[in-house]
Design a protein around this ligand. Structure first.
Ligand code: KG4
Ligand code: ZN
Length: 335
């Protein structure tokens, strides 16, 4: 077995929700392959992820996805120095598929296993593409399950500055899209619909805009539903654009406040909602106004993928060593 500091070529595995993903990453920065098999078609007819359907699909998809990642990277098993997998948070049945496979491969290949926190992996998507980001870094991590403002001050050193008190930002996008009949997943659908709408058409509330670093999106979702019920003829694209503008206003205002409190040297976006066109545009404006380094990941690195898991695993192996094989999946893992 290679020592933890020599281990350089990582196989990453991600199965926390509805994406079955595997990637090979060298030195925490060089992506040799990144394969993502989305289960969107399987879950779309239910309007959201069905946990039992997701875990069964992971069982079917994981072996071919790992095989494809290895072939694309041009290596075989013995070329892998360590196997990293998401151990949480996420759907327990889905997590277990990836964790069990990763441990089995680590045992067979006699290499370290590294259990990665999915939220940390989203943050590492930034270092994967921009290894020399300055610290302290304020990261806005916005996904289907989380809305977090995080101060990152070095590898393995982070502090949660604020989070949502109810729905996550992505969850709000998904629920509003479902109500508007735009389908699943809702974020990209609202993003597309909003292109044709007027963001100032409806003055939706900006929840908790002027207080602290926590977020609340449940009231905004209710405001959208109430407005559409009271005005059945309202244009869907105007609703989508006005809702999106309200969410992004709050996210950007809180990030601005966090940056000032921390004295941030850089501002970084992470998570699925970071693929949102308006948020990406407004983030660049924010960084210019705050005169700070800006990082917006490529869209494919925002949504769930295994390259970010492999990158996080590379750093974690160096700082904490391998994860014992008796560590299980933890659906409620926090940052
Ligand atoms: O990070 P992610 O792929 O999975 C989780 O860890 O949750 O994030 C998925 C979330 C979903 O709620 C999806 O609707 C949202 O990210 N999302 C977007 C966009 N693309 C994905 N939200 C707004 N605009 C987008 N373009
Ligand atoms: Zn995620």
């Amino acid at each position: 077995m290679s020592t933890t500091t020599e281990a350089d070529t990582f196989l990453g595995i991600e199965t926390s929700c509805d994406e079955t993903a595997a990637a090979v990453v060298r030195s925490g920065t060089t992506v040799l392959s990144s394969v993502v098999s989305s289960q969107i078609d399987l879950h779309a007819r239910f309007g959201g992820v069905v946990p039992e359907v997701a875990s069964r699909a992971h069982v079917e998809l994981l072996t071919p996805v790992v095989a494809e990642a290895l072939v694309e990277a041009g290596i075989d098993g013995p070329g892998v120095d360590a196997v990293a997998a998401t151990v949480g948070p996420g759907l327990v049945g889905s997590l277990l598929v990836g964790v069990s496979a990763a441990k089995a491969l680590a045992l067979v290949w006699d290499v370290p296993f590294v259990g990665v926190n999915h939220l940390e992996a989203h943050v590492y998507a930034a270092f994967l593409e921009e290894p020399d980001l300055p610290v302290p870094l304020v990261v806005l991590l916005v996904s289907g399950g989380h809305t977090l403002l995080v101060e990152f001050s070095g590898h393995g050193r982070h502090r949660v500055l604020g989070g949502t008190v109810d729905d996550a930002a992505g969850e709000a996008f998904d629920k509003v899209a479902r109500f508007l009949g735009l389908g699943y997943p809702g974020g990209p659908a609202i993003d597309r619909e909003a292109l044709h709408g007027d963001p100032e058409a409806i003055a939706f509330p900006r929840p908790m805009l002027d207080s602290g670093l926590d977020f609340s999106f449940s009231g905004l979702k209710t405001a959208v539903i109430n407005h559409v019920r009271a005005h059945p003829d309202v244009g869907t694209s105007d609703v989508a654009a006005s809702f999106q503008a309200a969410v992004v206003d709050v996210l950007v205002a809180k990030a601005r406040r966090a940056a000032a409190e921390v004295g941030a040297a850089g501002l970084c976006l992470a998570g699925g909602v970071a693929a949102n066109s308006l948020l990406r545009e407004r983030w660049l404006d924010l960084c210019i106004q705050e005169d700070t380094r800006c990082f917006v990941p490529s869209r494919s690195m925002c949504t769930d993928n295994a390259a970010m898991v492999a990158a996080a695993g590379w750093w974690q192996l160096r700082s904490d060593g391998p994860t014992p094989l008796d560590v299980g999946a933890d659906p409620n893992l926090t940052l």
